[in-house]
Structures are given as structure tokens and as C-alpha cells.
Design a protein around this ligand. Structure first.
Ligand code: SF4
Length: 210
């Protein structure tokens, strides 16, 4: 459900960069975070990877590496705490090049210290890793599973967007709603897409916003 919204925000961001920054992506954290859809993580990643500036890039992989290697806990909490942020800041500051640190820690989490099968024997942190030293205790905390896609409102929204993407003209709302025997769900999906700005009403029909 998040991906179509991202397309809208990307479009709005491109417009703002063109209008306000002469087509060049700004490097300031405040300027970046004022752009549509740009949050703390995206702003930090742009500053580190596009501009080589010091910033704390904390995606799920980096957080897992820090949690295991320095805190001895198999998985980070669902929400970033002040303590975790301070630890990440101190690690980035201690690195010779914080953008290299950001890229390396992301890669380590994605390729070596994976969620289910960490490859400790080939990990550069294996001698000092707190979680390994403690014999891999399990915290029992696990991330929330996303609900089933099949038969969901997300699937209904996706079906509507696919039809509109492939149509050169607006599609009658009855045709869209009749794509499923669950008309209530299709109506709900259509209304939510409209309120999210992902489709627009054209008389009794619907089309993509652009
Ligand atoms: S030693 Fe194992 S658990 Fe520790 S950071 Fe490396 S891969 Fe992860």
C-alpha cells in the first residue's frame, strides 16, 4: 500500500526541488526533511551517500548489527530509543568516514548478520560481538507480520490501480467495483484510493491522478 503513495511523494518532491532549489537536491537535513515523504532515515541516507556528510543512517539492518554486536540483543526494539540513537551516533563519529561506516554496516546487516542465519564465522565483528559472546540469547521479541495479501483491501487497491494504469481513458466506477464479487471491498478500496490522492474522479469514472 505504501508504494503508490511513494510515487506521489516522489513526484511532489521532484516538483519542489525544481521550483525551490533549481533542480539540485539540497544537502541540509532540515531542507531534506521538508520535502514530501522524506523522513529521518531518507534524509540521513541522502546526506551520507550523496554528499559524504556525517549522519546516522539507521535502517533495519544497521540497527540489528548494532543491537547484536554492541548491546548483546538479537533484535532491536520496534521504536528507536534515545540510548540506541546515542550509541549509533558514537559509532558513526568514531569511524574515519561516517558514510563508509553507514554503507559498511548496512551491507554487513544485509549480507552477513542476517535476521535468521547470521554468518558469524565470516563476520569482522565476531571476536567482539556481545550477542555471540553471550551465546546468542533470544529476546523473544519479533517484528509484526504483515497481514495476508490475498483477499485483502491492499490487493483490491492494487487491482484497481493496475486497470487504471493500463487504460488510456477513465474507467467507469461500476466496472471497477464489479471486478470482484465483494463489491463492498472494491468500493472501500476505491474510496481509500481517492482519499489518498492516488485516483481522481472524472464524472462517474476514475483515472490515475496524472
Ligand atoms: S558475530 Fe554474528 S551475530 Fe555478531 S555481528 Fe557478526 S554476524 Fe552478527
Amino acid at each position: 500500500m505504501g508504494y503508490p503513495r511513494r510515487a506521489l511523494r516522489l513526484h511532489a518532491t521532484a516538483q519542489q526541488i525544481t521550483d525551490n532549489y533549481e533542480g539540485r537536491v539540497p544537502s541540509g537535513e532540515g531542507e531534506l526533511r521538508a520535502l514530501p515523504g522524506v523522513g529521518e532515515y531518507t534524509a540521513a541516507a541522502i546526506r551520507a551517500f550523496a554528499f559524504g556528510l556525517e549522519s546516522i543512517v539507521l535502517d533495519v539492518n544497521v540497527r540489528r548489527v548494532i543491537s547484536r554486536a554492541w548491546s548483546g540483543v538479537d533484535a532491536p526494539a520496534s521504536h528507536l530509543s534515545t540510548v540506541e540513537r546515542a550509541l549509533a551516533q558514537s559509532l558513526a563519529t568514531a569511524a574515519d568516514d561516517s558514510s563508509v561506516w553507514a554503507a559498511a554496516s548496512m551491507e554487513l546487516g544485509a549480507m552477513v548478520c542476517t535476521k535468521k542465519t547470521p554468518q558469524c564465522s565470516s563476520c569482522p565483528l565476531k571476536r567482539t560481538c556481545a550477542w555471540r559472546t553471550a551465546s546468542f540469547p533470544r529476546s523473544g521479541a519479533g517484528p509484526r507480520r504483515q497481514s495476508r495479501y490475498e483477499g485483502s483491501d491492499r490487493q483490491a487497491r492494487g487491482r484497481i490501480l493496475t486497470v487504471l494504469r493500463e487504460s488510456e481513458t477513465a474507467v467507469d466506477s461500476d466496472l471497477l467495483v464489479d471486478m470482484s464479487t465483494d463489491r463492498d471491498q472494491m468500493l472501500r478500496a476505491l474510496e481509500s484510493l481517492e482519499s489518498d490522492g492516488l485516483v481522481r474522479r472524472v464524472g462517474g469514472a476514475f483515472a490515475l491522478p496524472f
